[in-house]
Write a protein that binds this ligand. Sequence first.
Ligand code: SER
Length: 445
Amino acid sequence: MESRDIRQTFLDFFDQRGHVPLSSSSLVPANDPTLLFTNAGMAQFKDTFLGVEQRPYNRACTIQKCLRVSGKHNDLQSVGPSPRHHTFFEMLGNFSFGSYFKRETIRYAWELLTQVFLLPVERLWITVYIDDDEAERLWEETGVERRRILRFGEKENFWTMGDTGPCGPCSEIHYYLGSDVNAQRAEGINGVDDDYMEIWNLVFVQYNRDEQGGLTPVPSPSVDTGMGLERLACVLQGVKTTYETDLLRPVLQRVMELVSKDGDHYRRYRASYNTIADHSRAIAFLIADGVRPGNGWRDYVLRRIIRRAAYVGKTLGFERPFLASVAEAVIDTMEEWYPDLRIKREIISVVTTAEEERFNRTLTTGLRFLEVAINRMAQQNTAILPGREAFKLYDTYGFPLDLTQKILAERGLDVDVEEYEEGRREQQERSRIATHSKRGREKED
Ligand code: SER
């Protein structure tokens, strides 16, 4: 099943069950200073869950653009080596604002997966929060074998949007991708084995977490579910990784064409190709949503992502800007569902190339500087790059800290982050004083 049909089938299923299909909100959250980027389908409904905002409906469903690059939900470090983690992804979600709770949520999810998408029940596993007897019983009543329902604690089965906000116990649906159905083991769930994959998270929203970590009940128990489109597509298209789905394959294809390499090269440098494909999606969608590379809170995330992708491209042999061309493939793949990308095609290209060119001017010399520092570390028998060197890479060569960390981690090395932060604070202080005295001089003039 193609991803466009998956999206439509999901929305139709919930529409037929009284949910209002709504558009994805922007990746830049409206009026929420606690959230860097929209990281889940529920973000646009936060105030509705908290009872602060009333809506003329109490059921909704969406396909939400999400970005997980910082804070509580951050997948940036996993992208590349992981067969299924992304910075940018789409989340299929159904929401109840006090309309229904656990029973219907579980029933709908099971019906959609097993009767509409026809997933084999013998590959599905369920997890529930450690003390959630009710959810366990409801899954059993739905027809799930008891041995396939597992209990986990806070880390896996209690979902919170960030440090604060709506939260509650959750129940997840996992899928076994392995070739031998008889080889399945309960220990595989939430483990490191890539044959097991979480596909859908059903959150039973009961509380609001405050800044002190305290929990207060929300006005009415509600529901927030989220299923990764890329992961469901992976299952329904019979592939092992999300990068092989119709959502990402054309983007990888473009990277291969640009490096003039084939599948063998891809298999050898899979993590690099995947990183570029993943980051290009984030780049295209962030720019389309109005973000520009810079040093501000949100802008710096885009800068980091572009520079990271540019560096990875260099390791694959790119000498000139190439990301705009990869972003074109993203636009071609996604514009049918997100027509905004089509309208923003030009600006996506211009902004990406300008930032890449800016970074390319210092990338080679920065890498040389780092190489010298790494040799010195070897002589001094240390695996930690002094923070002041990492700071120089940032300040003089435009290397975001996480890029320096990534390059070092590839060789089993790390950075003295504390010393780096000290350098950054000192620089901020210096520029604060400089601005202050400049203003003073202007006044005197
Ligand atoms: N908010 C939950 C999640 O992101 C379910 O949508 O996993």
